[in-house]
Design a protein around this ligand. Structure first.
Ligand SMILES: Cc1cc2nc3c(=O)[nH]c(=O)nc-3n(C[C@H](O)[C@H](O)[C@H](O)COP(=O)(O)OP(=O)(O)OC[C@H]3O[C@@H](n4cnc5c(N)ncnc54)[C@H](O)[C@@H]3O)c2cc1C
Ligand code: SF4
Length: 589
């Protein structure tokens, strides 16, 4: 029997970017907030230090900062008629665990979606006719527009100290930035980080072919910076160890560095770590959640934490699983198309490659993942899709993101893969290569979804979340198109050798591709087509606000975190300025 604790104003489940932003905004509004995090506390001053961080084996190979699969994992299958099996070791995606969540070891490429992305179904129907959208493509317009989100994108940019070059400032297009971006109300808080040799060559080649390259905006500050919370960030040192680890220079944005210091000293906030929320307590009659039940992972004791408001920010898989377990919203059924919880799971693949330039040194061991140049001419609705046979698109990039000593090695085709010959080839080519990447939109498909696994349970006895996912023909065609265009740019760079790879036909959970998982608790205009309304408030429980990329109706051609951060501020504003004054549904169903 769970021990019932004293009531609090709000509980926040999960302390990644979404949870930390909501905790901060709610305490500022005067609420007593308890943050519940299943993983350990992670304090940069103690843990994110040298020489500890320069350990590829510990962080990249042994996944120290990632979700512990021995307690909770996801089961996976490619299609509804297959048997799903538990993922014993995460590969394709790497959700985080502990204070800071996935926002500690992310790459920090920091994007906004395009204005047309927010009304994609309408935009496609207007341009190509409603019939052109396949029945199986379950995309929908967002219930919020770019213009509404813009001030919140701006807040998140400033919180993170994003470095970049504006391409559209209040409607004025600025040379050197992304001319396709939506109008920004302000410049990026920091100038772009340095450009490496590979991305500079890519930029020249792309320009010669008529594209409009620009430095990718990145949540790593290029210079010392004080964010609006009064926290000082360091300047990026181009150490090359960003991805899958933390930043010892406090230059890469993370919840731990950019928000937690103020939360830790906030008397209205209490952080409880190594507490695993097993379920939310749902009062169906009252259409509200009365609190949560969690297991203290240090003692095994169970507690009930009653709360006036519940913020669910436990990443895409956790969010969907919690709603299904609590019975909030109708589970999605791909056979009938009815139901919403679990619907429109999307996953962003990578395709790209590398080029080798004999005798030219690129120092690939240095740099940050955002030390990259891209062009956006082939993203979203930035180009005409007539006759192409697909919708969507993505940015095309050249990245100098740090090639670590174990995993960061590539060789031209035909070079030996073992022995003395391999060593010679490594010595010759390691410093002479640069890399390319395309990701692209993922337009939701009827058969890609999540539900509760009927067979497998986690260590706490709960049914695991089951992922049914495969790449679609639309997205394959889109990706091949991007790679074909990239091929022309790489050729124009005149490499000695190069190789570009298309996506594998079937999605596989083995090699890392991205942690850009979206959907499952999608936002929309009514409970028939969505789980949460435009303020991320659950239709089925008015005091439950669901945060993170699980609310994206589909994934667009960018990394997701810029948008989920903006949505967190947008939702927090609605809670503090509207909901707390008059608790109840903020949108009538
Ligand atoms: C290697 C890598 C590179 C990436 N690079 C980029 C990039 O360049 N650009 C970009 O936009 N995005 C990137 N991402 C994705 C980005 O990290 C995520 O989109 C973002 O951090 C998600 O934030 P969140 O707050 O929604 O979830 P998370 O940060 O995952 O936070 C969820 C938290 O909830 C906790 N939790 C879950 N279940 C429970 C429970 N039952 N009880 C208590 N706590 C729970 C988890 O432990 C976790 O701390 C990358 C991700 C990875 C792994
Ligand atoms: S590359 Fe820059 S932002 Fe990334 S970990 Fe190193 S210093 Fe930090």
């Amino acid at each position: 029997m769970a021990t019932r604790l004293k009531d609090v104003d709000a509980v926040v489940i999960g302390m990644g970017f979404s949870g930390a932003i909501l905790s901060r905004e709610l305490t500022k509004a005067g609420l007593n907030v308890v943050g519940l995090e299943r993983g350990a506390d992670r304090n940069p001053a103690e843990e994110f230090t040298l020489t500890r961080l320069r350990d590829e084996l510990r962080y990249v190979a042994r996944l120290e900062l990632m979700q512990d699969n021995s307690i909770d994992t996801v089961t996976f299958r490619n299609a509804p008629d297959e048997l799903a099996l538990p993922i014993r070791r995460f590969g394709a995606f790497l959700p985080g665990e502990g204070v800071g969540g996935t926002g500690i070891h992310w790459g920090a490429l920091h994007w906004r979606f395009l204005p047309t992305d927010f009304r994609i179904r309408s935009a496609l129907a207007e341009k190509y006719g409603a019939k052109a959208i396949p029945d199986t493509m379950t995309i929908q317009d967002w219930p919020v527009s770019y213009d509404e989100l813009e001030p919140h994108y701006d807040r998140f940019d400033k919180l993170c100290g994003v470095s970049g070059q504006a391409g559209n400032l209040r409607g004025k297009v600025i040379a050197g930035g992304n001319p396709f971006e939506g109008p920004r109300s302000d410049h990026y808080p920091n100038k772009p980080i340095k450009t490496a040799a590979g991305p500079a060559m890519f930029s020249a080649a792309a320009t010669s072919l008529g594209y409009h390259p620009f430095p990718i905006p990145t949540a790593t500050s290029s210079a010392p910076y004080v964010n609006p919370e009064g926290i000082t960030l360091g300047a990026c040192e181009y150490c090359g160890h960003c991805n899958r680890t933390a930043c010892e220079a406090n230059a890469k944005a993370s919840p731990n560095v950019n928000i937690m210091p103020v939360l830790r000293s906030e008397p209205k906030f209490e952080l409880r770590t190594r507490v695993f929320v097993t379920r939310m307590i749902y009062d169906r009659e009252a259409k509200r959640v009365s609190g949560v039940v969690y297991t203290d992972m240090k003692t095994g004791e169970e507690y009930e934490q009653p709360a006036g408001l519940v913020v669910l920010s436990s990443f895409v898989f956790g969010n969907t699983q919690q709603l299904l377990l609590a019975g909030i919203g109708e589970p999605y059924d791909p056979k009938t198309g009815r139901g919403v919880v679990g619907k429109n799971y999307c996953y962003q693949f990578e395709a790209g490659g590398e080029a080798f330039f004999e005798g030219r040194e690129f120092n690939p061991f240095m740099g940050a993942p955002g030390m990259a140049t891209a062009f956006d001419d082939l993203n979203g609705e930035n180009f005409d899709h007539s006759g192409l046979g697909f919708f969507g698109g993505g940015y095309v990039a050249c990245i100098n993101g740090g090639a670590p000593p174990i995993g960061g090695r590539v060789l031209p085709k035909g070079e030996p893969r073992w022995g003395a010959g391999w060593k010679q080839a490594e010595a010759k080519w390691y410093r002479c290569n640069t890399r390319f990447n395309t990701q692209g939109s993922v337009y939701a498909h009827r058969d890609n979804f999540m539900d509760l696994d009927p067979t497998y349970r986690d260590a706490l006895g709960r049914p695991m979340i089951r992922l049914t996912y495969n790449a679609t023909e639309n997205d394959h065609k889109m990706s091949r198109y991007l790679v074909e265009k990239l091929d022309a740019v790489v050729k124009a760079m005149n490499p000695t050798h190069y190789a570009l790879h298309n996506r594998p036909k079937n999605f596989t959970i083995v090699p890392y591709q991205s942690t850009h998982c979206t959907g499952g608790t999608i936002m929309g205009t009514d409970p028939k087509s969505s789980v949460v309304n435009r303020y991320l408030q659950a239709w089925g429980a008015h005091n439950l606000f669901v945060q993170g990329a699980s609310v994206f109706p589909q994934q667009h051609g960018y990394n997701p975190t810029g948008t989920l951060g903006a949505l967190a501020y947008w939702s927090a504003k609605a809670i503090t300025e509207k909901y707390l004054k008059s608790p109840g549904p903020l949108v009538q169903a």
